[in-house]
Ligand binder design. Structure first.
Ligand SMILES: [Zn+2]
Length: 80
């Protein structure tokens, strides 16, 4: 699932995001595919974090591909 967010809590710190790029999650099995999809969809490589480093009520951490709990977050930080 794509989530458009202005900012997100990563390891307790508020990190500003580029809103035009969604936050996605992937399980380890689908990580490579999701990285490829992100590059194909947005022509940019995402920043990646461990899903467990992402805080936030209402953040849907399921893998975009299979719906299993996501292990890796794909997003674009402002200024990166
Ligand atoms: Zn998956």
């Amino acid at each position: 699932m794509d989530m458009k967010m202005k900012s997100i809590q990563i390891e307790g710190k508020e990190v500003e995001l580029l809103v035009e790029y969604p936050v996605r999650f992937a399980c380890m099995e689908h990580l490579e595919q999701e990285l490829d999809d992100y590059v194909n969809d947005f022509e940019t490589a995402p920043d990646t974090y461990a899903a467990q480093a992402i805080d936030g009520v209402g953040v849907d951490k399921r893998c975009r591909e299979c719906g299993e709990p996501g292990q890796i977050a794909l997003l674009k930080e402002k200024g990166m």
